[in-house]
Ligand binder design. Structure first.
Ligand code: BGC
Length: 757
């Protein structure tokens, strides 16, 4: 019987791979035939990606798109927010161009299309891969109904510098967690079949190292060793490639002195040859002409470098369109390079099914029924509440629904700010504020009293920089003192104060770096005044990055980090504040005590003079502050308590390809049901190159009823111990390993094993 099953399985696999191979050869035959008919101009047109004038992020905006489309000078357009407009433009392209090639329509669908989920940093705090995949699935479903078939997501730039505004768009400081997220997102967008009308092509970005910009200043130089790139910064991009991502966006920054947009080693050697990526590569917004400013050549030269490096599509720069033809005549680039890039773009269009039906993604009926509908909004509410991280709770939370709540702060009634940065498709008139959510949640049982308390910043010029792109927080013209007095008066009537403070949506995201990570002074003053009333205060923190909360942690009884939670933010936050949902998020990034500690990350190296007890002279520490973060990676509290016991390993001496099981029992010892992320860390004690003091190597999210317990098992194989050595070869080495489990990276239990090859 077993034999028959085996033969049958082999037969099935052979049929499947045969039909896959014949599909691929049909695709190549189609594309090659088309390519053979194309003029040089038409080929260069396919490599040109202008932005819709609907939305512009850089210095150059593309105009007269329609004329260019007609002339065959456009391969795709991005950030058009209307199914009708997209359909019209697609029709225009298909009908008016000589070869009737459909356009690609892309968009920054970053954390939802119209139904917006928490910002990526918030989503990463769920540590829940099916949930993360679900958000990408819903986003793909909505976007594809509205004409979009390509998204510039996921962003997987590892970052250890919260000054960088784009920290909000990524998954934090850890490669293992971010790799898992990359895979989940790509699968969520693309599904198993890219040609379906409800899946879209994903574009992993920004390849590579963009999150390591010096000083946390956006677009700045990066410089790091290759061994660090391979072990720490590359894995999430590679995970997206392994998951079958259709496209890759190169980053603005330089690597080894060569900007990514023209870096042959990065694109051709690593991405294409080593990782076997066979999709297409797009530049970032004017990334190619910006290489002139980097100082590696004039306009024509930098475009040649980009094409030679293996970049296929030029976002907004228009240099491929306007200068590569001249470079070809001069022999600076080859016809083969142009053909290869064109072929890759055409293959993407073929895989999406655009040659069969260019209008398959433009479905007004689907759009009306499936975009931002009640079901998606309900899911956004449940999902958002999973991203909240309870940073502190001295028995203030949850709040009983029959209490009188004073809701105070500039973020309490800031509709446009709920969806956070990069919510291009959002309709913020529909977003739910905390004032609305909390008022609905307490109903007639309790009461919510509201006062703004302060503006985001006292300095309006500073505030304006953080409320652009329609992310307004209407400015209150009263003096800071008047606002404060109103807040104090309102608080005097309440049982408990909820302070909705933090950053504006555009305090984070692109070109939103900060040198101070404190709450703005206006809000600190408000918080102090609220605490001085003697009433219990809950700080509900809106933020797109770790902030420095040392004072707040010491003085405020409860802190709930809600990031920017999306369209249904207000309902979701109210669910958590009232205990209808028990917070279970865990930080994907360490919160420093102060900015001077940055970069601060849990998986650092040990140094020759490791930290003893702070302060120790001639050890690697600071005089004024310990090396500890305020809140460590993996940290987050719950309304219940979890107890970890019976930590054990299946063996302490292992050989070759054996498997090790690490087990631990987790018990809910509190009074309410809760979710816990059980984390596995490993330390390789001795290596041919130095190894981090701790590395996340596994995690499981479980839910336990009060009194319930569960035995959690992690399977550890040598593959999990592998790292890139001095020759950049991925392998593991014999030796001693510490195996650690715990509720976060700090509070771990530890056992030691020896593993020999
Ligand atoms: C950003 C990208 C984005 C692109 C298109 C650029 O400024 O760096 O992340 O996908 O614009 O909007």
């Amino acid at each position: 019987m077993k034999k028959i099953i085996l033969i049958f399985t082999i037969l099935l696999i052979s049929v499947a791979s045969f039909s896959q191979a014949s599909k691929e050869s049909a695709m190549h035959a189609f594309v090659n035939k088309l390519l053979a008919k194309m003029t040089l101009e038409e080929k260069l047109g396919q490599l040109n990606l202008p932005a819709s004038s609907d939305f512009v992020t850089g210095a150059v905006s593309s105009s007269d798109i329609a004329q260019k489309v007609k002339d065959g000078k456009v391969g795709g357009v991005f950030n058009i927010r209307s199914v009708t407009k997209i359909k019209e433009l697609q029709e225009y392209a298909v009908k008016n161009t000589r070869l009737h090639i459909p356009l690609l329509f892309g968009m920054d669908v970053i954390h939802g299309y119209r139904t917006i989920f928490p910002i990526p940093l918030g989503m990463s705090s769920t540590w829940d891969m099916p949930l993360i995949e679900r958000t990408a699935r819903i986003a793909a479903n909505e976007a594809s109904a509205d004409g979009i078939m390509w998204t510039f997501s996921p962003m997987v730039d590892l970052t250890r510098d919260p000054r960088w505004g784009r920290t909000s768009e990524g998954n934090g400081e850890d490669a293992f967690l971010s790799s898992a997220i990359a895979k989940a997102m790509v699968h969520g967008y693309q599904g198993d079949d890219l040609s379906k009308n409800n899946t879209i092509m994903s574009c992993v970005k920004h390849y590579a190292l963009y999150g390591a910009a010096e000083g946390g200043r956006d677009y700045n130089t990066t410089d790091m060793s290759r061994i660090r790139m391979y072990n720490e910064y590359f894995p999430p991009y590679k995970a997206a490639v392994d998951a079958g991502v259709g496209s890759v966006m190169v980053s603005f920054n330089e690597i080894d002195g060569v900007p990514a947009s023209g870096n042959k080693w990065l694109v051709d050697d690593v991405l294409r040859k080593q990782w076997k990526f066979n999709g297409f590569v797009v530049s970032d917004y004017t990334g190619i002409p910006e290489m002139v400013n980097h100082g590696i050549g004039d306009f024509k030269t930098v475009n040649e470098k980009a094409l030679q490096a293996g970049v296929d599509m030029d976002m907004v720069g228009e240099g491929f369109l306007n200068s590569i033809g001249i470079s070809l005549k001069e022999g600076k680039v080859t016809q083969v390079q142009i053909d290869k890039a064109t072929e890759r773009v055409l293959i993407a269009k073929y895989q999406l099914g655009l040659f069969d039906d260019p209008y398959k993604y433009c479905d007004e009926k689907r759009s009306a029924a499936e975009v931002f509908n009640e079901t998606n909004r309900a899911e956004a509410r449940t999902i958002a509440a999973q991203s909240f991280v309870l940073l502190k709770n001295n028995n203030v939370l949850p709040i009983a629904a029959n209490k009188k709540i004073a809701l105070v702060g500039p973020l309490a009634n800031a509709k446009e700010n709920m969806t956070g940065t990069w919510s291009v498709g959002a309709d913020n008139t529909q977003s739910i504020t905390l004032l609305k959510g909390l008022t609905a949640a307490v109903g007639t049982a309790g009461k919510v009293l509201y006062a703004k308390g302060s503006n985001l910043e006292d300095d309006w010029e500073l505030e304006k920089r953080q409320t652009m792109f329609g992310k307004d927080i209407p400015r209150d013209g009263r003096t800071p003192e008047q606002l404060l007095q109103e807040a104090i008066a309102v608080s005097a009537e309440a049982d408990v104060i909820v302070a909705a403070l933090g950053e504006g949506a555009e305090s984070t995201g692109e070109s939103a770096s900060r040198t101070s990570l404190d709450l703005p002074a206006s809000q600190q003053k408000l918080l102090k005044a609220l605490l001085a009333t003697g009433k219990p205060v809950v700080l509900v923190l809106f933020n797109g990055r770790p902030l420095t909360l040392t004072w707040e942690d010491a003085n405020v009884p409860a802190i709930l980090d809600v990031w920017f939670a999306g369209s249904e933010a207000g309902y979701a936050i109210a669910d958590a504040l009232l205990g209808n949902v028990n917070p279970s998020g865990k930080l994907s990034m360490s919160f420093p005590q102060n900015v001077g500690q940055i970069p601060l990350y849990y998986n650092h190296k040990n140094t020759g003079r490791p930290l003893g007890k702070w302060f120790s002279k001639f050890q690697s520490n600071y005089i004024d502050v310990s090396n500890e973060p305020l809140y460590p990676f993996g940290y987050g509290l719950s309304y219940t308590k979890f107890d970890y016991s019976d930590f054990a390993v299946s063996a302490t001496q292992l050989n070759g390809n054996q498997k090790l099981m690490a087990t631990v029992t987790v018990k809910n010892t509190g009074a309410v049901t809760g979710k816990e992320v059980v984390q596995l860390y490993i330390r390789d004690l001795v290596g041919s190159v130095t190894r981090p003091v701790q590395e996340l190597k596994g995690f499981q999210k479980i839910e336990l009823a009060p009194g319930a317990s569960k035995k959690i098992s992690f399977e550890i194989t040598p593959a999990l111990l592998a790292f890139y050595n001095g020759d950049l070869k991925l392998d593991w080495e014999s030796g001693d390993f510490q195996i650690m489990v715990g509720p976060n990276s700090r509070d771990v239990q530890m056992l030691k094993v020896n593993w020999t090859k």
